[in-house]
Write a protein that binds this ligand. Structure first.
Ligand code: SF4
Ligand code: SF4
Length: 251
């Protein structure tokens, strides 16, 4: 099995582990509103991970992101996510709107835990319906481009656990952009040397690392994230670290 296929298979298995939690909360929450508190829990964990690993939470740990990938990948037309969706103004507006709504509703319903939980269930249900419509009409991760947790993780953790590209090795084949689940194009960060990929929406999934035919990409510090790929020996470490250590970039 090719490295890319193996990485995809491992990732999908992990996604199925968490994807099932989404219907449990969306459906079960209408009967047991306290399940709604799973949502602020996810927000805190997602942003906490964001401080150290950027958007890695969104790769398979987020039940909604995992659910969208696992259930709509084959039926989605996988169109290009419009630029304005990924742009700062819309993302800031979504964060501000949802944060304001959360504050108002929590104050209004305080101190009734069931009423507060129900608010979270309603919010999750509505945003999940929107995310599903966007997934089957545009791309599975369209909603993820404006999701407040993803946007905040992008903001605080875009330099953490970086995906790096070795510009000398890259042949501009474009394969990394094709396999990326959120339409990041690592080769667009190429410059004259080894370079961290600038797009903070990278989920650190490692699919592009596994797919690059010339091993021009690497992820994190001395490991390839969740791909389980072992480049072995002097290939350990990202291109920046290999260059700093005086090791040949191409092993
Ligand atoms: S897959 Fe590798 S060689 Fe191809 S564009 Fe991406 S980084 Fe460059
Ligand atoms: S750029 Fe690579 S590591 Fe980042 S999300 Fe895309 S495929 Fe995954």
């Amino acid at each position: 099995m090719s490295r890319l296929k193996e990485a995809k298979r491992r990732r999908r298995k992990l996604q199925w582990l968490t994807a099932g939690l989404l219907p449990v909360v969306v459906v079960g929450g209408w009967f047991y509103p306290l399940l709604g508190f799973f949502i602020p829990f996810c927000m805190l964990v997602g942003m906490g991970i964001g401080l150290f690993r950027g958007r890695q939470w969104c790769n398979w740990l987020c039940p909604r992101g995992a659910f969208l990938d696992a259930t709509t990948e084959r039926i989605s037309p996988r169109r290009v996510i419009p630029r304005f969706v990924k742009g700062f103004p819309l993302r800031a507006a979504v964060v501000a709107f949802l944060a304001a709504m959360m504050m108002v509703q929590i104050i209004r319903r305080w101190p009734d835990p069931s009423a507060i939980g129900m608010f979270f269930v309603v919010m999750l249900t509505l945003t999940t319906l929107l995310a599903l419509v966007l997934a089957v009409t545009v791309h599975p991760r369209t909603w993820c481009s404006v999701c407040p947790i993803g946007s905040l993780a992008n903001l605080v953790g875009r330099r953490r656990y970086p995906l790096c590209i070795d510009s000398d090795l890259c042949t501009d084949c474009g394969l990394c952009g094709k396999v990326c689940p959120i339409q990041v194009k690592p080769y667009e960060s190429k410059s004259t040397a080894v370079q961290a990929v600038k797009d903070g929406d990278c989920l650190k999934c490692g699919l592009c690392v596994a797919g690059c035919p010339v091993e021009a990409l690497s992820l994190g510090e001395g490991e390839d994230g969740e791909t389980g790929i072992d480049h072995g020996g002097e290939r350990a470490g990202n291109p920046v670290q290999r260059a700093a250590a005086g090791q040949p970039r191409n092993g």
